[in-house]
Design a protein around this ligand. Structure first.
Ligand code: SF4
Ligand code: SF4
Length: 317
């Protein structure tokens, strides 16, 4: 197998930070689900969580950016953080914050209607995982009963305007059930829209297809089934050089629950820190410290460049 770094050299591609457009904050690894594909290895047994001090340092960093920024809040389940409401309200006060995106598994919102009101009042864009429009596939990946809870929550979100009002965006996320690449995002979005509308009268804005990155629980699963090498080869065989110029680490800063900085959530899970040459802690840094930084890569980066390409905002085509 050709290492990803060698592949980049072969095509004379250098991954260096460009203009920062998105700041992604991982609020911690606690989650109410234990999905089979989870790259975070998040779950009920994880207790790592963001402190108010780190949130305040993130807010200071974002405010000092002095340019328009999208904020992407992820986890684990961000709703598990006791400071999530505070964080959203403070973010909305910052004039340079454009979109506030929150990644939700939907099921955790079942008994959090007040928090949903906070999302709505602050125009939080919801990006919700739903790896298929059929019950059996969702329950297989995320646990029995998950599909029904997701459908009920999507119906509720529609009823308060999400997916309908232009300021209340809801995106769904598809990822493959196993060791294959996502099919066409455009085609799959059509299928999702038709099926969810026909079967449940549910509407949503966009479908993002995201490839399974071979780290965390998905890596474990592949290794357990002796499929790791074959999956890595599949990713390499589908390397698409044009995607390497668009991977999300080029314009994203990723911050861990403890305030450490990375270039993407995958590097965070592998503890590949941002090489900004100054500090690994967000509170010590300004956006200028990230200029032109070389981005550390590993072979799992093939997951971002294979086929249509993959990022937290869907394909790269
Ligand atoms: S994939 Fe998302 S919902 Fe599933 S365990 Fe991981 S963080 Fe939780
Ligand atoms: S895994 Fe992270 S560092 Fe590697 S290409 Fe993807 S976004 Fe960039």
């Amino acid at each position: 197998m050709t290492h990803f770094s060698e592949m980049l050299k072969k095509y004379s591609i250098k991954l260096n930070k460009k203009e920062i457009k998105t700041i992604q904050i991982n609020t911690g690894y606690a989650c109410n689900l234990n999905c089979a594909h989870c790259h975070v290895d998040a779950g009920k047994n994880r207790t790592e969580t963001i402190t108010k001090e780190v949130i305040d340092d993130c807010l200071k960093f974002i405010k000092n950016c002095r340019k328009e920024i999208d904020i992407d809040i992820t986890g684990g389940a961000p709703e598990k953080s006791e400071f999530i409401e505070y964080f959203i309200k403070e973010l909305r006060k910052l004039k340079n914050v454009k979109r506030i995106i929150l990644r939700t598994n939907l099921t955790i919102l079942e008994d959090k209607k007040e928090l949903i009101d906070v999302f709505k009042e602050n125009n939080v864009e919801l990006t919700a995982s739903l790896p298929c429009y059929t019950k059996e596939n969702v329950d297989e990946q995320r646990g029995n009963g998950t599909y029904e809870k997701c459908i009920n929550m999507l119906k509720y979100l529609n009823s308060i305007g999400y997916g309908i009002d232009e300021n209340l965006i809801i995106n769904l996320v598809y990822n493959p059930l196993d060791d294959y690449l996502p099919s066409s995002q455009k085609e799959l979005e059509k299928d999702y829209k038709i099926n969810l509308k026909n079967d449940h009268n549910i509407v949503f804005n966009n479908l993002y297809t995201i490839a399974n990155i071979p780290i965390g629980r998905f890596e474990e699963k592949l290794k357990k089934n002796n499929k790791y090498e074959a999956y890595m080869q599949l990713l390499e065989d589908n390397f698409n050089a044009s995607n390497a110029f668009k991977v999300m680490c080029l314009d994203t800063i990723n911050i861990g629950y403890d305030g450490k900085v990375y270039d993407c959530d995958f590097n965070q899970m592998k503890n590949l820190l941002s090489q900004n040459g100054k500090s690994y802690y967000i509170g010590d840094l300004t956006i200028d410290d990230f200029k032109d930084n070389n981005i550390p890569v590993e072979d799992y980066c093939y997951g971002c460049t294979a086929g249509e390409g993959s990022s937290c905002q869907g394909n790269l085509s």
